[in-house]
Design a protein around this ligand. Sequence first.
Ligand code: NAD
Ligand code: GLY
Length: 366
Amino acid sequence: MKTINLKTKQQNHPIHIGENVLTMLPGILETAKTGQKIAIVSNQTIWELHGETLLATFAESDYTLHIILIPDGESYKTMDTVQTILDTLIEKHFERKDVLLAFGGGVIGDMAGFAAAIYLRGIPFVQIPTTLLAQVDAAIGGKTGVNHPSGKNLIGAFYQPICTLVELSFLDTLPKKEVLCGLAEVVKYGIIGNTGLFKYLETHSEKIATLNIKDHHRLWEYIIRWSCGDKATIVSADEREAGLRENLNFGHTIGHGIESASHYTLYSHGEAVALGMKAALELAETGRLLDKKSTKRMTSLLKKLGFKTKLDSSVTTEAVIEGMRTDKKIRNGKLRFILPTALGTVVTIDDVTMDDVRIAVDNLHA
Ligand code: NAD
Ligand code: GLY
């Protein structure tokens, strides 16, 4: 078991990673002097697979548990669903010290976190992520929120969990396409700063590309530890995304445009981010920030790990560019790109021309 500390101005937000980490939960809640009521937010898919494991954690304690199952899917990441969570908390008379526990992927974590942030102006919140994406990214760092019909994650709050418990065995049941989705964020950590992780991914690319976590716990534990450590370091330094945290948006600007242009159906978030990273690498090369050899090395890892590096012709360049316009990362009307200057080093550029973006997206079709 490994513990990583994410430190904000207010307090420590530990991330415990390993097997059987849920056994720590009663002790953590006791130390935090929380109330006796716990609302668990999850969905049917996760609950059927892993609900019993979570319930067993509380078998010998006196907590009163309320299970709130919400429909599965990004399309339910809405204010309406948050309202149903709040309704239950009100109906069950949850008080300031009672706990909201997110048990699921990023969709559950973002929504439960937001409900915890706004109910009684904030109640204790615990993250138990069950997807790779949530374990290495979404459940760490305190970004919570919901989508709006006009765009993704437009409504939300920064709200840190009292702890995040990363249980590796939950990933044994994760479909391969979801593993690939989380893997894109892992590659991102490698490119933006963690050259050790990048080299590890290169060395073990064949095993990793099988997307079989169950038979390779040790390998994935390294990957997850490294990723959580990177995210915790970045968020500890810049919780509100005033600077360094922006680096986490590498690949996400064009990736966001691709997701939007393909109506969030053709590509998973991770696949879109991988395509976005490829295009960003090209932009960096065009802008003479990055040499050809480095571009090739990074693109080649994406290919080896099984990411699509060609954009479907049905997703037009203009639609991708249009999709980028609703991006939260726009400042003063300018798109901001995180571009590598070498493996492990990135810069923020806000004067990339639309012509260059167009060429980079066009080339994804080639
Ligand atoms: P998700 O939460 O939709 O989960 C993907 C699918 O996997 C779902 O069908 C879910 O039911 C299923 N699932 C979850 N755990 C499982 C398990 N152990 N075994 C089998 N199936 C399982 O998707 P996600 O990729 O985890 O999260 C995506 C969301 O995260 C998006 O809404 C995105 O905006 C958000 N996000 C937030 C942050 C942040 O910093 N807060 C960062 C990245 C992404
Ligand atoms: N997923 C990007 C961030 O947390 O800032």
